[in-house]
Design a protein around this ligand. Structure first.
Ligand code: PLP
Length: 418
């Protein structure tokens, strides 16, 4: 028998930890390495809780909503389980999702934004993460470029790499963290397949207003003309419902013909573990029917198959539920944290949406993160979002926890500012 040749490049490097050699693909190896760093941070949080008591540790690192799902969600789930034919409720359905669910959600958008969508524009997805992945799988050829604005949700990098695409980072403007449109103009090329925006934004809390979307659209239209190809604008919107002070979150399809939306109920209805959202492909998108069909097939062959059936029906039942209480809770946290930290001398971006406070590190970022940790405060370094020199504080925690943390923030401020 001929000996099997071994591709030595596939063997793990010396810092590869405990993963068995040989089985892991080169593309996965860096993820496994990084994941142990994230796990180490998580375990460190648990260790700190044991050492200092859970009430003395302030973990602001996770974007996991602390407000429970509205009562209407639980009622809808119980009603559905009790009253539905279980074979239908728990069965397969078209890979795009139940048509009547998609129709209900499309009509809700039409009522709110004056649009004209139908079930034919909607694919139910396993959260926004799935929406982004099946879309990217449908459009990307190897080496196609996808533009993102720094700082950005780091998973975009992996999602684009999943399909052989290349991520191209474009800066936002200092202070406002709105897209630098001049830099965008220069970065667009014949290789650009898509641009991802995320508004309200994780990690900055910034919302893109009408003027920004209008100008962004003009830049993209001009580039489509210049390069003679379609450029898709992907609006990732898990935080759409979380905006404050009456700040409008304009609907992107009004501004650009090739715009699609990845929506999620993870944050608005506090259902991140249930994995439910949708991908909206308007018929203004060039070749929209093919794109729609492609994304439905990508949903199937990626192994998602379809979004969870019970959750599809539940969100359709509760769509339009009053979210004043949820938004009010985060708003109170937002104002409290921003005011308290500003009073202490920290410099933060005033968040218009989402549930993150983006704070300037008053010393080198890694030192500041370590100093916070010394005071039992866990925050995410800005470099995790390619936003060096900042930290992200997730304020989707109990208000009492926020209040209790102020003592530690005061000590940090005294050490830094005297
Ligand atoms: N996009 C952004 C900007 C996010 O912050 C998150 C989750 O935190 C997601 C996408 C993924 O959301 P989902 O839970 O719907 O997959």
């Amino acid at each position: 028998m001929k000996p099997r040749t071994i591709d030595k490049t596939n063997l793990p490097g010396p810092d590869f930890g405990h993963t068995p050699p040989g089985l892991i693909s080169r593309s996965m190896q860096p993820f496994i390495r990084n994941n142990s760093a994230i796990r180490a941070m998580f375990e460190e949080g648990l260790r700190m809780q044991q050492e200092f008591g859970a009430e003395n540790v302030f973990d602001f690192s996770l974007g996991n909503p602390n407000v429970p799902a509205p009562g209407a969600v639980e009622e809808a789930i119980l009603r559905l389980v009790k009253d539905s034919d279980p074979v239908v409720l728990h069965g397969y359905m078209p890979n795009a999702g139940f048509p009547e669910v998609r129709r209900t959600l499309a009509e809700d958008l039409n009522r709110r934004f004056g649009t004209g969508f139908s079930e034919d524009n909607m694919i139910m997805t396993v959260g926004a993460a799935c929406g982004l992945n099946i879309l990217l799988k449908t459009i990307l050829d190897p080496e196609d470029e996808v533009i993102v604005f720094t700082p950005y949700f780091m998973e975009y990098r992996a999602y684009v790499q999943n399909y052989g695409g290349l991520l191209r980072e474009v800066p936002t403007l200092p202070e406002t963290f709105l897209p630098d449109l001049e830099a965008l103009r220069e970065s667009l090329s014949s290789k650009t397949k898509a641009v991802i925006i995320n508004t309200p934004n994780n990690p900055t809390g910034v919302v893109y207003g009408r003027k920004t979307l209008q100008q962004l659209s003009e830049v993209l239209l001009e580039a489509e003309e210049r390069f003679g190809r379609e450029i898709l604008l992907i609006s990732d919107e898990p935080y759409r419902e979380l905006s404050y002070d009456g700040c409008e979150v304009p609907f992107v399809t009004e501004f650009y013909h090739n715009a699609v939306v990845c929506y999620s109920f993870s944050k608005s209805l506090s259902l991140p573990g249930e994995r439910i959202g949708y991908l909206l492909i308007p018929d203004t998108v060039t070749g929209w029917k093919e794109l729609f069909n492609g994304a439905v097939i990508a949903n199937r062959i990626s192994g998602f198959v379809n979004a969870p059936s019970l959750m599809q029906k539940a969100v359709a039942e509760v769509i339009g539920t009053d979210l004043t209480e949820t938004v009010g809770y985060y708003d109170r946290n937002r104002r409290f944290l921003y005011e308290e930290l500003s009073k202490l001398g920290f410099s933060c971006v005033y968040p218009e949406g989402a549930f993150y406070l983006w704070m300037k590190a008053p010393e080198p970022e890694a030192d500041f993160v370590a100093r916070c940790k010394k005071h039992c405060i866990l925050v995410v370094p800005g470099s995790s979002f390619r936003g060096e020199g900042y930290v992200r504080i997730a304020y989707c925690v109990s208000h009492e926890k926020l209040q209790a943390s102020i003592r530690a923030w005061k000590q940090i401020a005294e050490e830094l500012f005297g």
